[in-house]
Design a protein around this ligand. Sequence first.
Ligand code: SF4
Ligand code: SF4
Length: 314
Amino acid sequence: MNQQNALLYAHKNYYPQALRFVRDHIVKIIPEKSPMFKWLCVIGFKIAAKNKHTLRTSMKIDIPVVEHCNLSCKCCTAFGPLAKEYFLDVASYRKDMERLAMLTNNRLESVCFTGGEPLLHPRLLEMFDIARAFFPVAELSFMTNGVLLVKMEKNFWEHCRKNKVCIGLSRYPIKLDMDRLRKTAELYKVRLDYVGGSKTPIKAMWKYPLDLAGKQPLSRSFNICNQVNSCIRMKEGKIYPCNTIACIEHFNRFFGKNLEVTKDDSIEIRNVTSIHEIYAFLIKPKPFCKYCNRAGIQLGIPWGVSKKEITEWV
Ligand code: SF4
Ligand code: SF4
């Protein structure tokens, strides 16, 4: 698959087809904040969930290389504004990639480096090399808010080209010299575009409220969850089914809460004997889903800097 398709593929996983249609087209005629838009989104989630709750036949993975961010967006679903500085240890990452390569016979659909803001990791290029060495034909990409991208030097762009790494930009209402970025990417033959494509609208924030009392029926949350079988995170030997579980420690620490993550909310890649165990794990509701009020989603929240108030997440 070429780089263009690889980036489109990455988009497909972040925004299932029905949901992308809503975002890219319906949003032009129905305000994102309206009840109608929300209703359409929940329908989109349900349609997408039907496809997504089937066993995978190949694996994709997101790697959070940092969890803090240089852009503190309100309602960030990865809790970036609340996260302490964290840099994924390269030796631990290499071990995890090696194990995943053994389980998959060196075949992954895609690896997406994510965060927080992945460009904050000083050894990101080394991680590209490792991913490409273990997975010669996987689609590699990373997601960025773009702030640091304009400062990247020749060596960075050459590494992206050498490893066929695509760049997906989240389109926030911040100043970015897109002409310059596009020209540089073209010069180095690196695929770069907004996540969702060049015509994607400026991003408004969506809030998926947490239920601090943990009273949500597991299946109801899980069955409309757009992260299921899609936002699969691997970190320090564990695979998580979603960002929420993988990053909730930041929310808990910052606000002094204890939304409990149990051993059944993730799976240890060293303990599985085949990749099919991971596929089966990914399609089952998790104990943590009781904290996720997915039906209470709030859409069309204008982008802004987080005030780090709990109401942004509950
Ligand atoms: S750029 Fe992304 S990761 Fe960073 S704070 Fe904003 S939403 Fe979160
Ligand atoms: S905890 Fe469950 S419902 Fe919440 S994001 Fe994760 S998989 Fe989805």
